[in-house]
Design a protein around this ligand. Structure first.
Ligand SMILES: O=P(O)(O)OP(=O)(O)OP(=O)(O)OC[C@H]1O[C@@H](n2cnc3c(O)ncnc32)[C@H](O)[C@@H]1O
Ligand SMILES: [Mg+2]
Length: 250
């Protein structure tokens, strides 16, 4: 009788011990993934029911949420429309991130680095440049200030006397896996020319940018038409392809 009770006691202890070891292994693996940046900790909060690492990996593969740091609601709406069926939810954070002077790459990387530091987590940022061939690529990343000071007509006046009005729109997305990691860039470009304003003026310099081969400015296109050929659409194609490879390696 005593022997039976003792063996029962030992087997209960063994079960508790094994469960503790298993739990410890799972928890250690999850926190290691979080620490190494393989797993966004917010996924744990969003999906507390998923405690098995294999299932957590599959959550990462779907990349449900991505924080897009921007103060521009039109960018958010275009990105959401373009990513519509890519199974990625864009969460917008309007943080006041300083934009440095420099090349489009330097500006994009530094902005994303700072955004990830403020957020203490992964994020994407985006910079849009409008580059005039006659001006060796200027205003480029400084288009926001030129547009604000000169207006749509002024962007045309700027090119009077130059032999070409050729221009291109350049969109640079930067992705940071978290603070302390080097942002990765994804560029998209659309070629066109600067023309007197045409179409509905809802977003930035859309009315003065006529896309090559279409005879239309961005402001004369439907959202779908613009997104299919835009600098933003092309950059997002590269970003989503990258996110898919990340998921495969997870
Ligand atoms: O917070 P962020 O993301 O920096 O938003 P922002 O509005 O400051 O954006 P940028 O620094 O990239 O400046 C780009 C300027 O070009 C404008 N712009 C950006 N994308 C555009 C697009 O697709 N069509 C027309 N104008 C655009 C935008 O309104 C800004 O005036
Ligand atoms: Mg900006």
């Amino acid at each position: 009788m005593q022997t039976r009770r003792a063996s029962h006691h030992v087997s209960a202890q063994t079960t508790v011990f094994c469960t503790a070891i298993t739990l410890r292994t799972v928890v250690t693996k999850v926190w290691k993934d979080v620490f190494l940046g393989k797993l966004d900790i917010r996924l744990l909060v969003d999906s507390p029911e998923l405690v098995h690492t294999e299932r957590l990996k599959s959550v990462k593969m779907t990349l449900k949420k991505l924080t897009f740091v921007t103060g521009n609601p039109m960018k958010v709406s275009e990105v959401r429309a373009i990513l519509g069926n890519a199974n990625i939810e864009i969460v917008n954070q309007d943080l006041d991130v300083p934009e440095l002077q420099g090349t489009t790459e330097e500006i994009a990387k530094e902005k994303c680095r700072r955004a990830a530091e403020i957020l203490q987590g992964p994020c994407i940022t985006e910079d849009t440049a409008l580059c005039f061939e006659a001006l060796n690529g200027l205003p480029g990343p400084y288009i926001k200030f030129f547009l604000k000071e000169l207006g749509l007509e002024g962007l045309n006046t700027l090119l009077v006397g130059f032999p070409t009005t050729a221009a291109y729109a350049l969109c640079t997305f930067a992705y940071s896996a978290g603070p302390g990691t080097e942002p990765i860039l994804f560029e998209g470009r659309t070629d066109g020319k600067i023309v007197p304003p045409r179409g509905v003026s809802k977003f930035g310099w859309n009315p003065v940018f006529e896309v090559n081969g279409t005879g239309k400015t961005f402001a004369e296109m439907s959202e779908e038409e613009k997104n299919a050929i835009s600098h933003r659409g092309r950059a997002l194609e590269k970003l989503t392809a990258f996110l898919r490879t990340q998921a495969v390696q997870a």
